[in-house]
Design a protein around this ligand. Structure first.
Ligand SMILES: [Zn+2]
Length: 422
């Protein structure tokens, strides 16, 4: 049975790797072929200059090549952790540490989960450093200094501990104390925790990393006020963020629920755009709010969580699963970690489905912006502008974008925008 479990996992694990690797190669080949023929999509004709076009090509290529090696590296790390006795070793260390310093039942599990997370984040350091300080820097995007980078990592670690330890404590306690129905209690707790984080993240955690300032007085603000009034969005929730501190990439997003909802515009975006374009982007973000997109995504995630916890509840005492990965007996914390490591190759097919839903939301928000402003031109210009400034891939392979993209390609968005009844 143990052999079967390992084989089944490896089949799915390799399948995931192959799918993603092949998609990346297809995309690279596709982009190269289009670049060689200088096939600029219609919507960008005459808007992107040849140097930017070449630069976006080089950037796409560099990222794709990096992805190739990062994927192989990720596979090696996961296989080493799973099949080289690292997990049982960490479990033993955790038991010793817990016995020595924290004599409560959940301590071993908490220490184990945290050390596993640490191993993975340490393992991701080389690729992360390379992406930030070489890849992004080479194309002029990286603004993160080594000092800021280290401060960010330490802050993230600290916050992770402050939130993670009590979270793990409750989950492990529920698993132990609630008998067969523990997973329903865990579902309620984790769902509540997610809701809490949606409120806490934008208001308490994000400000630890970035400065959020209400929009400055002026014509832009006045026009935003009018727009927000028309839509029914409280303008106290519109902020500019100093994204330029870390990267030259520009962006805008809508987050939070209830009183904690807010629209965030990167300072880089405000700088790069005309007033009409900026207003269109805001109208788009308000569209996400108006059409309750965050709530819808949350419900879908909760369904996944519910099903996932139910499956975990069936496996939590299944001896062969533990034996397959060199553990002599089942335990809740090992089940938790094994499940989250093993589930990936089985659930990665859900990623494209979530992206499909996300892209549907983007089309809706684009159309909402055009209808609210009674013109789609500004949104269209904003999209073209954002794409060029971020050196985004103008011609992704259709399969690649369908699989990976949470936003439709700019060409798809503009084509859809032109169909909106404004
Ligand atoms: Zn959007």
């Amino acid at each position: 049975m143990e052999q079967l479990i390992v084989t089944l996992f490896l089949i799915f694990f390799i399948a995931e790797f192959v799918v993603e690797f092949v998609l990346n190669e297809l995309n690279l080949r596709y982009v190269r072929a289009r670049w060689a023929e200088r096939k600029i999509p219609d919507f960008f004709q005459g808007k992107i200059n040849p140097e930017d076009y070449d630069k976006s090509f080089e950037y796409t290529l560099a990222k794709g090549r990096f992805q190739r090696w990062a994927a192989i590296y990720g596979v090696v790390v996961t296989l080493l952790v799973l099949f080289r006795g690292i997990l049982p070793f960490l479990d033993k260390i955790s038991a010793q540490l817990a016995a020595k310093f924290f004599p409560i039942a959940e301590a071993q599990g908490i220490i184990f989960c945290i050390t596993v997370a640490l191993v993975f984040s340490l393992a991701s350091l080389p690729t992360d450093l390379y992406a930030t300080f070489w890849l992004e820097a080479k194309f002029g995007f990286n603004k993160t200094t080594p000092k800021l980078y280290i401060a960010d990592k330490l802050k993230a670690l600290l916050i992770g501990l402050v939130i993670g330890v009590p979270f793990l404590f409750v989950v492990l306690w529920l698993m132990e104390a609630m008998g067969r129905t523990w997973w329903i209690w865990a579902f309620l707790f984790i769902s509540g925790f997610q809701l809490l984080m949606i409120v806490v993240y934008p208001t308490l955690i994000a400000p630890l990393f970035n400065k959020f300032t209400p929009l400055k007085e002026g014509e832009l603000r006045d026009r935003i006020l009018r727009l927000a009034d028309q839509i029914g969005f409280k303008t106290s929730g519109i902020y500019a963020m100093d994204g330029s501190k870390r990267s030259g990439h520009s962006n805008a997003y809508f987050t939070g629920i209830g009183k904690a909802k807010r629209i965030v515009l990167f300072d880089t975006l405000i700088e790069q755009m005309s007033m009409d374009q900026g207003l269109a982007v805001l109208a788009h973000e308000m569209g996400h709010y108006k059409m309750k997109h965050i709530r819808r995504m949350l419900v879908v995630q909760m369904i996944f969580l519910f099903v996932g916890l139910y499956i975990l509840s069936l496996l939590v005492n299944y001896q062969p699963l533990f034996a397959a990965f060199d553990f002599d007996h089942p335990s809740n914390h090992v089940a938790l970690v094994l499940f989250s490591l093993l589930a990936g190759p089985f659930t990665f097919y859900l990623g494209p489905l979530m992206n499909l839903l996300s892209r549907k939301h983007e089309y809706e928000a684009d159309c909402f912006a055009a209808m609210t402003l009674h013109e789609g031109k500004s949104m269209e210009e904003a999209l073209v502008n954002l794409t060029i400034k971020n050196l985004s891939n103008l011609t992704p392979h259709p399969w690649y974008s369908a699989y990976h993209y949470s936003h439709p390609t700019p060409a798809e968005r503009i084509a859809a925008l032109r169909q909106c009844p404004v």
